[in-house]
Design a protein. Sequence first.
Length: 89
Amino acid sequence: MSPDFIVSLGQRALEMAILLAMPVLAATFFVGLIVSIFQAATQIQEMTLAYIPKIVAAMITIFLLGGWMMGKLVDFTKEIFVNVPIWIR
């Protein structure tokens, strides 16, 4: 295995991690933004008010997209394990 191959494999792994994390991060970002705008408009400065909606948004996103996320992760893992004997040669 060449150093270029290791770098490309690491790059693919990072791309997969970003792809899998993006839906949850985006959902919690937008919910946090909406809650922050609501807090600024109503002048409610409760710090814990932002956490509950973010947690709920993350749970709903994982519930809705968890099967897709798991499928992508399993496919990537299968590809890695299937190709290991080829890469070792």
